[in-house]
Design a protein around this ligand. Structure first.
Ligand SMILES: Cc1cc2nc3c(=O)[nH]c(=O)nc-3n(C[C@H](O)[C@H](O)[C@H](O)COP(=O)(O)OP(=O)(O)OC[C@H]3O[C@@H](n4cnc5c(N)ncnc54)[C@H](O)[C@@H]3O)c2cc1C
Ligand code: FES
Length: 258
């Protein structure tokens, strides 16, 4: 089930120069959401932005009826979201898409690899794995330390490792070059820039590790109607908004091999 609903902004917090964290209050009974799902945000007061913007669920608290979004400021719509203030209303269509698999055998070793705004869905995923008794490892990557926001939010739920291109934080190099990446895992989840996710998927496939990727193709309707987000999979073309954004790489060989 989906809902179109006006949420109220409870908190807006700048996270470094390029990101903002928005906590939104439903005000009634919020629909259940799972890690990896996303919302389509209506951006008001901005002539340049006609279409809703897809943003992952960064965190959720069903008891309080809150959703948290981590927004990277990249253009008109996200800049307008970053200007919003406590008490203002934000209209969302939610929850959208298929999320990550969180059913895992006890004592499974899980690695979560995030880059850029792809870090966003991994926080709620870490928490969900925690409720299953797992403490995952999270590997966050970015060009510089500044581009790795909200690292500390993961610390209660996960062991956090960092890789930066310039070595300003953590390991100097790409996430797939971090020593923690090569360790054995039962499951790898990844979200971020496409070349990063393809490198993660290729390595997982070679090592026989189950892996899920969360794609961030450009979107319009968010509900499978306009076909603008289609991706090629081993089972044919699929809408990222409706059939994903999370895909198991066992069906994505064509995608990660090119
Ligand atoms: C399923 C999904 C989940 C997402 N989750 C998040 C999230 O949690 N946090 C977050 O900050 N962003 C997320 N994004 C990306 C976000 O939707 C875009 O950054 C946003 O729509 C840009 O809007 P804008 O009006 O600010 O930019 P525009 O003015 O429309 O464009 C500015 C620049 O951003 C690029 N851009 C636009 N859309 C995307 C996109 N989908 N992916 C990558 N680059 C894009 C454009 O090519 C352009 O270079 C997600 C995207 C998808 C598809
Ligand atoms: S965004 Fe319209 S079909 Fe996916």
């Amino acid at each position: 089930m989906k809902e179109i609903h006006d949420f109220t902004i409870l908190e807006c917090r700048q996270a470094g120069e390029h990101y903002v964290v928005l906590t939104l209050q439903h005000g009634g009974t919020m629909l259940p959401v799972v890690p990896g799902q996303f919302v389509e945000v209506q951006v008001e007061g901005c002539r340049e932005v006609m279409l809703r913007r897809p943003i992952s669920i960064h965190d959720a608290d069903p008891q309080r009826g809150t959703l948290t979004l981590l927004v990277q400021i990249v253009g008109h719509g996200t800049r307008r979201l970053a200007e919003m203030r406590v008490g203002e209303r934000l209209n969302l269509v939610y929850p959208l898409g298929k999320g990550f698999t969180t059913e895992m055998p006890p004592a499974s070793r899980a690695l979560l690899v995030g880059g850029g705004a792809g870090i966003a869905p991994l926080l709620y995923l870490s928490k969900a794995l925690g409720t299953k008794g797992l403490r995952p490892r999270v590997l966050l990557g970015g060009r510089t330390a500044e581009l790795i926001p909200v690292r500390e939010a993961f610390e209660p739920y996960a062991e956090v490792c960092v890789a930066t291109d310039d070595g300003s934080l953590g390991h100097k190099g790409l996430v797939v070059e971090h020593p923690a990446f090569g360790e054995p895992y039962d499951m790898i989840y990844t979200c971020g820039p496409t070349p990063m996710m393809k490198a993660v998927a290729r390595s997982a496939a070679q090592r026989g590790i189950r892996c899920e990727v969360s794609l961030e193709n450009l979107m319009a309707c968010g509900i499978g109607a306009c076909l603008c987000c289609v991706t090629d999979t081993d089972q044919g073309h699929r809408c990222v908004c409706k059939d994903g954004p999370v895909f198991d790489i066992s069906t994505m060989q064509k995608w990660y091999q090119c």
